[in-house]
Design a protein around this ligand. Structure first.
Ligand code: FRU
Length: 508
């Protein structure tokens, strides 16, 4: 006989008492069914990768792969949104349109403070975007060189862009997948370094002026995951106990740890020419099914802020939203940690997210055996919230987020496997693609006697940060009403040292 299941049910129906449908206010932008309330999504139409993320004059710029003609992928533009705090976003007009050289695929943007490009005028510092021109005609004709790197600049804070007249600046040598340039200033040698995804490896290039590029080296043909094509890379420095390391991020599709699209990374050293990894391990920034094309902001000093697309190419074009498709993840601060002699990247939601918090509700020191009802404690209706849980009992347990329709998302820890997991099989609409309903697992990277979990829950997503961000999982779902009840279950008993729930105000 199975042990009696002990249940701590934190019924938040007072706190979170309304459904996604109830919250949806037809006709009101950003309040349609399934609309994320604490994540950026375009007001309408298709979005995929975040692009050109750069901090400039106290503003965070987000560009993104955008097709303003439909809610499925199409001729790519760069959409544009800005934020002062990484949390509240204002969508601006499209920044870059397709042209005779092709669609505008993914890329990055830099602040050219020294005007190396010569695009600056009258002391105005240029923002320079470096992106892939994808020529659909060349692709159709069966050519190999239909992806080339081009640049554009803006002298008015990214509002209007001028494409460089001598585009492309980096010509394709005959590699079908030759895209997604991420450019950074390599101060030691006063040059720009471009990290480019070139099919099954990364190729580094350098330039004095963003216009003339020289190949430096290649990395990764024999290393890391290769279940799919390498895309959207990133290269940046982080310190561990004062010692600098370089992190090389490589998105891959398919071939992720839980199928489809995912973000892997390597830790190593970079000398302006070559990237040399410190170990041979394959590491994942996010183990969930729904974080992809994630890269970091440029021009944020020592702070490294990561942002991903919250979907998966397996089903991105089929998810049941009507007016728009896809959102970004919560922005995350990255740091290096050590576990069992291995260096890992940990990520946590940016502190700015706390600015959305309403009144938190906390319970301490509960032996999970019975049911706890929190209906009276918070009256404010909200459909998105943050859960922080700590337990010193490292045992099997699950957290269930559910609604009154019997739909539930189950997250938890499996001690035998030493894994976290998310099970969305019963979390709502899933029939739009046979790959969607599933259980996703991720290793635990901590020997701490205490398990610490943070969940960031929105209308249609959960982001799990375990052990201070050592394990991260992002997962979307489509419930018929908000998952507004929380319960913790375990076989036997478990002491929850603290559990707090903070409602998060909508950003819209
Ligand atoms: C990744 C990606 C990129 C490409 C873009 C096209 O999701 O395939 O490699 O530049 O999307 O939209």
């Amino acid at each position: 006989m199975k042990n009696k299941i002990s249940v701590l049910t934190v019924l938040l129906s007072g706190l979170l008492q309304y459904s996604a449908m109830a919250q949806s206010q037809p006709g009101k932008p950003y309040h349609e069914p399934f609309r994320p309330q604490i994540h950026f999504s375009p007001s309408a139409h298709w979005m995929n990768d975040p692009n050109g993320m750069v901090y400039f004059n106290h503003t965070y710029h987000l560009f993104f792969q955008y097709y303003p003609g439909a809610t499925v992928w199409g001729p790519m533009h760069w959409g544009h949104a800005v934020s002062k705090d990484l949390v509240h976003w204002k969508e601006l007009p499209v920044a870059l349109y397709p042209d005779s050289l092709g669609y505008i695929f993914s890329g990055s943007a830099v602040v050219d403070s020294n005007n190396t490009s010569g695009f600056g005028k009258n002391g105005k510092i240029p923002l320079v975007a470096i992106f892939t021109h994808h020529d659909p005609k060349g692709e159709k004709a069966g050519m190999d060189n239909f992806q080339n790197e081009s640049i554009a600049y803006s002298l008015d804070e990214g509002n209007t862009w001028t494409k460089y007249s001598s585009n492309p600046v980096l010509k394709n040598p005959g590699i079908r997948d030759f895209r997604d340039p991420k450019v950074m200033w390599y101060a030691r040698e006063k040059k720009w370094v471009m990290t480019l995804a070139t099919k099954d490896r990364i190729t580094f290039y350098s330039s004095p002026d963003l216009k003339r590029w020289t190949k430096e080296s290649e990395f990764g043909k024999q290393l890391g995951a290769h279940g799919g094509v390498w895309e959207c890379p990133d290269l940046f420095q982080l310190k561990l106990k004062g010692k600098p390391y370089w992190v090389l991020v490589v998105n891959i599709n398919p071939g992720g740890p839980n199928n489809g699209s995912a973000t892997q990374y390597f830790i190593g050293q970079f000398d302006g020419n070559k990237f040399v990894p410190v170990d041979q391990a394959t590491k994942w920034l996010d183990y969930g099914p729904d974080e992809y094309a994630g890269v970091t902001w440029n021009n944020t000093g020592g702070r490294k802020i990561f942002f991903g697309w919250m979907s998966n190419w397996l089903y991105a074009t089929q998810v049941p939203t009507e007016k728009w498709r896809s959102a970004t993840t919560i922005p995350r601060d990255l740091k290096l940690i050590e576990h069992n002699g291995s260096i890992l990247v940990a990520s946590l939601p940016v502190n700015e997210l706390n600015g959305l918090k309403g009144k938190s509700l906390t319970i301490n020191n509960i032996k999970v055996k019975s049911k706890y009802d929190f209906n009276d404690l918070a009256k404010k209706s909200v459909g998105q919230y943050k859960v922080d849980l700590q337990t010193y009992s490292v045992k099997d347990f699950t957290i269930e987020l559910s609604n009154t329709k019997g739909e539930k998302l189950i997250l938890g820890y499996n001690k035998t496997a030493n894994q976290y997991f998310i099970d969305r099989r019963q979390a709502g609409i899933a029939g739009f693609n046979k790959e969607f309903a599933g259980v996703y697992t991720a290793p635990r990277f901590s020997d701490n006697k205490r398990i610490k979990l943070t969940l960031v829950v929105d209308q249609t997503s959960v982001e799990l940060f375990a052990d201070d961000g050592a394990t991260v999982m992002t997962c979307i779902f489509f419930p018929r009403s908000t998952l507004n009840q929380i319960s913790v279950r375990t076989s036997g008993y478990i002491r929850i040292n603290s559990l707090s729930v903070s409602p998060l105000n909508s950003i819209w």
